[in-house]
Design a protein around this ligand. Structure first.
Ligand code: SIN
Length: 311
């Protein structure tokens, strides 16, 4: 019997596939669609202390090889999502979920996380250290000193399972430095990668999104090699207790297989979910199971991290 079940920290998931934060996760209705699909879980839209309208539209565009977005963290405020996942957690047949959060300042991040710590929510939190789209706010995880400072403070009071959403890194030295920081904290997971920040797509003679004169995060086919490199680099470097969620360029069972082969315990789908809708989870699960069957693998543990090198 072939299974794509997985586990992050102490949480079991019947399927390793789920949405990426930002896609099908803004409203309860969208989240309920993911809950009802073949996905093993959902992650909520990254939420801030107060609701935000985000950047001006158009702020997302599909392209030939993926997508570009500069959403600017539109969301309904963290209480909206915290209430929903707490409500679901009380239901007998519920899945386990991820609550994605970040403050507009360090102070706000701590205000949010202290409230989640004090709440009834017992599930996973993904702290987003990598949004590239808020004008004037750099991607936090590119600044290792600030990242270390935030995580030190967070783990002084936050005792529930928490992981971080990371931007892509592009240099071996940065993989080493980032992993050295993350290895000093009791993180449940790291999620690699957020979009490749601040790309530019040109159509005829113009940009395709309005914010930041067209600059935005790139997802889809463009990013898969970068995502796989980040998943594998952290798989090689992190303490085994810190699991990897692989995100970036997944639109087929083969893509999901490659993320797991590189070390991912769970795989998120962004651009392709936006383009195809929640039925994508059934298709990709089947494709992944077919590949596993061909190769004689029954569980993800049979091949996770088993990427082969050349001698
Ligand atoms: C956004 O809302 O701008 C996207 C969120 C992210 O990339 O973290």
């Amino acid at each position: 019997m072939i299974s794509t079940a997985t586990k992050i920290a102490d949480f079991n998931f019947g399927n390793c596939l789920m949405n990426a934060a930002g896609v099908y996760c803004m409203t309860r209705e969208e989240l309920a669609e993911i809950e009802a699909s073949a996905a093993g879980s959902f992650v909520t839209k990254t939420a801030t202390l107060e609701a935000r309208t985000g950047n001006p539209e158009p702020r997302y565009a599909d392209t030939h090889l993926g997508s570009i977005n500069s959403m600017g963290l539109p969301n309904k405020g963290f209480n909206y999502y915290l209430d929903y996942v707490t409500e679901l957690q009380k239901q007998a047949d519920t899945k386990n979920h991820f609550l994605s959060l970040v403050g507009m300042s360090q102070k706000e991040t701590h205000t949010i996380l202290k409230q989640v710590q004090a709440s009834d929510y017992q599930g996973l939190v993904e702290l987003n250290l990598s949004c590239p789209n808020v004008p004037g706010k750099p991607q936090i995880a590119y600044d290792f000193e600030t990242t270390e400072e935030i995580l030190s403070q967070v783990f002084s009071y936050y005792k529930k399972p928490l992981g971080v959403k990371l931007p892509p890194y592009f240099d071996i030295v940065h993989f080493d430095q980032a992993a050295a920081v993350f290895n000093t904290f009791p993180l449940a997971f790291v999620n690699c990668i957020n979009s490749i920040g601040n790309g530019l797509v040109v159509d005829d003679e113009a940009v395709v999104i309005k914010p930041k004169n067209g600059f935005g995060g790139i997802g889809g086919d463009y990013v898969k090699p970068t995502a796989l490199a980040n998943v594998h680099a952290f798989y090689q470097r992190l303490n085994p207790s810190i699991q990897i969620i692989g995100t970036g360029g997944v639109k087929s069972g083969r893509d999901a297989f490659e993320h797991i082969l590189c070390g991912a315990s769970m795989v998120q789908i962004g651009t392709a979910l936006h383009q195809e809708g929640p039925a994508i989870f059934e298709r990709i699960t089947k494709e992944l199971k077919d590949i596993m069957a061909d190769k004689g693998y029954e569980t993800l543990e049979d091949f996770r991290g088993q990427l082969k090198y050349m001698n």
